[in-house]
Design a protein around this ligand. Sequence first.
Ligand SMILES: Cc1cc2nc3c(=O)[nH]c(=O)nc-3n(C[C@H](O)[C@H](O)[C@H](O)COP(=O)(O)O)c2cc1C
Length: 189
Amino acid sequence: MELIDVFAICGSVRAGSLNRALMLAAQELAGDPFQVEVWDGNAEVPRVDATRGRPFPAVVAALRDRVAAADVLLLVTPELNRSIPGNLKDIVDWLGILAPPRPLAGKPVVLMSASPNRFGGAFAQLQLGDLLRRSGAEVLSDLDVAVGYALRHIDDRGVLVGEDPRREIAELWQRVLTQIHADRQVVPA
Ligand SMILES: Cc1cc2nc3c(=O)[nH]c(=O)nc-3n(C[C@H](O)[C@H](O)[C@H](O)COP(=O)(O)O)c2cc1C
């Protein structure tokens, strides 16, 4: 089966991040034909400055190219004050700037979140979906993986051990696989 290249970004730069643990579980559970590459460059990304017509900072240009090349973008977001963290907002804004290669235009995106609280980062995830759609992305998930009370599901080693979230992740990847296959069978006019 043809590989599906997934590029994964987590919006937390915190040591011991619950969302990073979730991202690693998503990588582990994806299985064939997905190949999930985890990105760790958040700390290098400068604040967005609406650059247009000027060269992007090198790290941003590389990120835009990599996202443009990916079949699927996986974004895993913490929730801070019912919103997404600033570093992730910067990344999404950089990716959304209207210059070639338009990394988010038509890009299939999968969203996940985790929080120690009840709603599992659902508010942040909904906001992130709105932001991405503004840049033309195709959001494939609908709060399918929003891990509430995450400290019950992620152990001290940072491993997602909770059976329910693990099943939800596996089921989401199956739906994504079906969607990607359907998209690939559509012959452009
Ligand atoms: C300033 C601040 C605001 C927060 N606001 C929320 C919130 O609105 N909703 C929520 O579920 N958790 C909230 N939290 C808790 C975070 O979800 C929690 O710290 C989580 O572990 C952060 O993600 P990480 O572990 O991946 O870094 C907040 C935490 C901080 C520090």
